[in-house]
Design a protein around this ligand. Structure first.
Ligand code: ASP
Ligand code: MG
Length: 410
């Protein structure tokens, strides 16, 4: 008998039939004798609609009222799932964030969970009652409802699993696990049986949108074993269904490269002819940080006279703001002009095996060279190599790299 947290995303609870399907899965786990807490998202599309309503009334709406509105989607599914479970003869009740409570800070719209009071639901789980908890939401110190940012139900589930000391957190979604790359681009992509937290974190942050990045961080810090699996396959899920996100020590056969991710949401900016003297990088990136612009890759080119070029990338959504910030800072920074390129893609190879194996980066560069793909910017971390290339070569690059690292399914 185990204590398990099950999380169901929006597509898994999209309509009443899907909710019945979820109830049947939950009922099977409960009947197997497990103690079950379920975390639910809003029905798919609902949060988008709620967000849209707030924006339609006022683009600069009160963030606290935004949270009051968008948190309702999860309240509906939690109640409906509890009813569906009761229909199957399973004792169940719904819990909203404030009822546990799930305490967060006051950063409305992107709040962070501070603590979860799990005592009462544990007592009831031990007595056989299933707890159906709303994802995405909590309550701040001032008793106002907060939400955790889009995709935040994953984080709710992992945080609840940590608070309840659950054996595992099963995240049900519409894909059957984490793949070596996007199967829409590479049909030979393979599902990974296991992936290390660090790898998942890098993949999530470079565009593989299976789990909310913050949920992976939390799982890593709290050592929560997370399983990603589909609610669209036959129930009950077998023991080897999905992908287990775990500590790298739990992965026996480590691959050097676990996966290849891409992101088309980048834009490249070159600040041309900036004076080459101390304080210039601080002036440029300080001004951007002050406006909350996240800078990703950075290169400073060598200078032949007293000026240099500085190239970096930002999220494409931040491009206009970046141009505005740099425009007004031009007198202080003293650059000549900006070159903007939004037609770029970032391709990343990720794997903990890189720590102990040489040659991963050079394989990447060689593979791209063989396809005549020009590399514009390179950045590396301990377990990741990323390059920026022209967006039109995204598919070609991902396919070639997938083959080069031996990831293609037989
Ligand atoms: N319903 C919220 C959203 O769509 C939270 C979630 O589903 O994780 O972003
Ligand atoms: Mg999600």
């Amino acid at each position: 008998m185990a204590r398990i947290v099950l999380k169901f995303g929006g597509t898994s609870v999209a309509d009443l039939d899907r909710i019945r399907n979820v109830a049947a899965r939950v009922a099977a786990e409960a009947r197997a004798g497990h103690q079950i807490a379920v975390v639910v998202s809003a029905m798919s599309g609902v949060t988008n609609q709620l967000v849209g309503w707030c924006q339609a009334l006022s683009p600069l709406h009160d963030a606290r009222e935004y949270d009051a509105v968008v948190a309702t989607g999860e309240q509906v599914t939690a109640g409906l799932l509890a009813i569906a479970l009761q229909e199957l003869g399973v004792e169940a009740r719904s819990w909203q964030g404030w009822q546990l409570p799930i305490r967060t800070d006051t950063a409305h719209g992107k709040a962070r969970i501070q603590s979860i009071e799990g005592g009462e639901i544990v007592r009831r789980m031990q007595a056989g009652q299933v707890a159906v908890v709303t994802g995405f939401q909590g309550i701040a110190e001032d008793h106002r409802i907060t939400t955790l940012g889009r995709g935040g139900s994953d984080t709710s589930a992992v945080a609840l699993a940590a608070a309840l000391k659950a054996e595992r957190c099963d995240i049900y979604t519409d894909v059957d696990g984490v793949y070596t790359t996007d199967p829409r681009i590479v049909p030979k992509a393979r599902k990974l049986a296991r992936i290390a937290y660090e790898e998942m974190l890098e993949l999530a942050s470079v565009g593989a949108k299976v789990l909310q990045t913050r949920s992976v961080e939390l799982a890593m810090n709290e050592r929560v074993r997370v399983r990603v699996l589909s609610s669209f396959t036959e129930a009950p899920a077998s023991d080897d269904a999905g992908t287990l996100v775990v500590d790298e020590d739990e992965i026996v056969e480590k691959e050097i490269v676990a996966g290849i991710a891409y992101s088309r949401d980048e834009a490249k900016i070159t600040v041309r002819r900036v004076p080459d003297r101390p304080g210039i990088a601080a002036a440029i990136f300080g001004a951007l940080a002050a406006e909350n612009v996240n800078v990703d890759m950075i290169v400073q080119n060598i200078s032949d006279d007293s000026t240099t070029d500085m190239t970096f990338t930002v999220g494409r959504a931040d491009l206009a703001r970046t141009q505005a910030v740099l425009g007004s800072a031009q007198p202080q920074i003293g650059y000549r002009d900006l070159a903007i390129d939004a037609d770029v893609a970032k391709i990343s190879v990720v794997g903990v095996g890189m720590r102990s194996h040489a040659g991963v980066a050079s394989t990447m560069f060689r593979t791209l060279a063989d396809k005549a793909i020009n590399i514009q910017v390179i950045s590396t971390s301990e377990i990741k190599v990323s390059v920026l290339i022209a967006a039109e070569y995204t598919e070609l690059a991902v396919r070639a790299l997938h083959t080069a690292y031996g990831l293609d399914a037989a």
